[in-house]
Structures are given as structure tokens and as C-alpha cells.
Write a protein that binds this ligand. Structure first.
Ligand SMILES: NC(=O)c1ccc[n+]([C@@H]2O[C@H](COP(=O)([O-])OP(=O)(O)OC[C@H]3O[C@@H](n4cnc5c(N)ncnc54)[C@H](OP(=O)(O)O)[C@@H]3O)[C@@H](O)[C@H]2O)c1
Length: 328
């Protein structure tokens, strides 16, 4: 089968399409025929292999190195002997290792059934960005109806899910993005939009109960100024090119300065959850949530797709149409 692989660390050019052995599912795994996949910053961060702390963390967490892609939608091709929830032919979506490939294996608890009314491209956009937005707002941010929430990085993969989910919770939503995305972010539900090239939200008079920080460019001490008493900063994103020390210092500094404040900072890494994937799929199927798709790349354009996300200005999610795999 064909798969996107890289054998040395570096920029997205290190990825190429190669012929590799088709994987076989273990007892508790499902073999997926991938139809579409989506790109996350995680893909280029792992590919870069820098700082080394990222690579070490990835190995400890058993993240995919050398085989990019963690979000997919496709059809079940075969199931392991202990799999009970799925059978060959079922349309599914969720998380796997090496999603930029014709076939991938994954544990059955990492996937759910795809509703008929949503496309494979939409379903492929959900896993990391949708789970992060939902869990960041609901579980870490404890967002309540009527609260004021600001999403920094509102036009990206996580941000476009977060704006819509926050709105559906009945919150008053502010999105921060650049001028070219102001209309798009408004159109998906933001009550107020701030162009970060003109204004710094941490210097404005507005106050928020929750800030979902998806860019990694605002410190807790800056955000604290615009948080209401008992307000929360949920840290989702990290700096584009962090040093190992910078990476380690970030949470320590933030947690340290929130110890003596009634405003709190929460760091988190989204967790795989069948319940949450099902909920996100249903919200999309019922028209309450619509994934924002920047662009669909063909399978042989994987390096371009990853490079586009690495440049840091994707509008919503970037999709790879794996079903149209190159022949030969
Ligand atoms: N903690 C977790 O579990 C978790 C999960 C997923 C992602 N992440 C991290 O969260 C971050 C966001 O992920 P993502 O998938 O949303 O990334 P993404 O899709 O690549 O985000 C791109 C967006 O960032 C916006 N942006 C760039 N500079 C900005 C600035 N200075 N102010 C405001 N917006 C800015 C861009 O908007 P403009 O084009 O308008 O500039 C663009 O729409 C990444 O750092 C990622 O590694 C963490």
C-alpha cells in the first residue's frame, strides 16, 4: 500500500509517498481503509524533531514518528478477534497512527461510526481539533451559558470548532484573528472579532470569564489583566519554535503566577473519547456545528498540506483526500 513516510527529521519536504507493507490489526484493533485525513500542528512538530523534548515526549506517549497523520475518516476493512463494536464496511472516523496512508490500524476505542449525512472530509477534520475545543471549553474551562469567552487563534482548526461550540453553550463569544478572517469568524458565530494585527486583546477594556489560548503567544500575566475574578486561562497552543527550556518554563511560570491569583491557568492535552467523538459527529450531522475546511489536498500533496499548516495561517482544517491515492 502507499503511505506518507519520513526517515529523517526536518521541514515538510522530508515527507514522501512510499510503498510500504499493509498493516494487520492486532486483537483489539481495526484495519481502516482511509478515505480522508486531516493535518494538525502535531504532524509538523513531530516531523521537525525539535526541540528534542518533543521527540522524547512523543516516544513516551507512543505518538507516531515517521508515519504522519493522526486524524482520519474511512471504512473498516478488517477487525481483530477481540473487536466487538465494528465490522468490515462500517464508515468510521477518529484517531489512528499514520493516517496519511491508504490503510491504517487503530484501537476500536479511538473511533466511532460516521453519521451518513456527514462527508468523509468533514469527519476527518474532527478528531484532534474538535476534541480539543470541546474538552478545553467544557471540561477545563467549565464554560457556562451567559459567560464571556475569548478564543485566541479563532480562525484555525481548534479555534473554528471552539467558536461554534462556545456559541452553542450560550456563551458570549469573542474571536481573535487577522483581518482576512474577521468575516469568516463572525459567520461561524463570534459576537465580536478582534484583529490581532491592529489591537492586542490583553490591552483592551473588555473582560472575560474564560480565555481559550490556541496560539501560544500570550502569557498568563498578560491574560490575567483581562480575566474576570475567578476567570480561567485554558492553554491549548504552544509557541511555533519553542526551545526545550522555553517549553518547560511555560507551564511552570504560568502555574506559579496563578498560585497567588484568583484567576487560574489550566494546561491540558486533549484525550481520546468515543463519547465526545460521537457528540461532535451528531452536532455536525444535525447542522449545529459545521467544520471549516480550508482546502482539500490530494494524497501526493501531503508535504504541501503539512507546510500550509506549519505556516500558521490555515483557515480551519486542512484535509488530505487519501481516496484519490496516486497509482503506480
Ligand atoms: N493541547 C492540545 O491537546 C492541543 C490539541 C491541538 C492543538 N494544539 C495546539 O494548539 C495550537 C492551535 O492548533 P490548531 O490546530 O488550531 O492550529 P492551526 O489550525 O495551525 O492554527 C492556525 C490559526 O492560527 C491563527 N493565528 C496565527 N497567529 C495568530 C496570532 N498572533 N493571533 C491570533 N491568531 C493567530 C491563524 O489565523 P490568521 O491566519 O488570521 O493569522 C490561523 O487561522 C497549536 O499550537 C497546536 O500545536 C494543542
Amino acid at each position: 500500500m502507499k503511505a506518507a513516510i519520513y526517515t529523517s527529521y526536518g521541514p515538510p519536504d522530508v515527507v514522501h509517498i512510499a510503498e510500504v507493507e499493509k498493516p494487520a490489526p492486532k486483537d483489539d484493533e481495526v484495519l481502516i481503509k482511509v478515505r480522508a485525513a486531516s493535518v494538525n500542528p502535531l504532524d509538523w512538530r513531530l516531523m521537525k524533531g525539535k526541540p528534542r523534548a518533543v521527540g522524547i515526549m512523543a516516544r513516551l506517549l507512543k505518538m507516531p514518528i515517521g508515519r504522519p497523520g493522526v486524524d482520519f475518516a474511512g471504512e473498516v476493512e478488517a477487525v481483530g478477534s477481540k473487536v466487538t463494536q465494528f465490522k468490515p464496511g462500517d464508515p468510521v472516523f477518529g484517531g489512528c497512527r499514520g493516517a496519511f496512508a491508504e490503510y491504517a490500524t487503530t484501537r476500536e476505542k479511538s473511533i466511532v461510526t460516521k453519521p451518513d449525512s456527514i462527508t468523509f472530509e468533514q469527519a476527518a477534520s474532527i478528531n484532534v481539533a474538535g476534541l480539543t475545543a470541546l474538552q478545553g471549553l467544557r471540561d477545563k474551562g467549565k464554560l457556562q451559558a451567559g459567560q464571556k469567552v475569548l478564543v485566541n487563534g479563532a480562525a484555525g482548526g481548534v479555534g473554528t470548532f471552539a467558536i461554534q461550540i462556545a456559541k452553542s453553550f450560550g456563551a458570549e463569544v469573542t474571536g481573535v484573528c487577522s483581518a482576512r478572517n474577521l468575516e469568516m469568524v463572525k459567520s461561524i458565530g463570534a459576537d465580536t472579532v478582534i484583529d490581532y494585527t491592529k489591537k492586542d486583546f490583553t490591552n483592551l477594556p473588555q473582560r472575560y470569564d474564560l480565555i481559550l489560548e490556541c496560539v501560544g503567544n500570550k502569557s498568563f500575566s498578560a491574560c490575567r489583566r483581562v480575566l474576570n475574578p475567578n476567570g480561567k486561562l485554558v492553554l491549548v497552543g504552544g509557541p511555533h519554535d519553542p526551545s526545550t527550556i522555553g517549553l518547560l518554563a511555560l507551564p511552570i511560570k504560568a502555574l506559579g503566577s496563578s498560585l497567588f491569583s484568583d484567576r487560574k491557568v489550566v494546561m491540558f492535552i486533549a484525550k481520546s473519547s468515543q463519547d465526545d467523538l460521537t457528540l461532535l459527529g451528531e452536532l455536525i450531522a444535525t447542522g449545529k456545528l459545521e467544520p471549516v475546511i480550508d482546502r482539500c489536498y490530494s494524497f501526493n500533496e501531503v508535504p504541501d498540506a503539512v507546510r500550509h499548516v506549519e505556516e500558521g495561517h490555515a483557515q480551519g482544517k486542512v484535509i488530505i483526500d487519501v481516496a484519490a491515492a496516486p497509482s503506480g
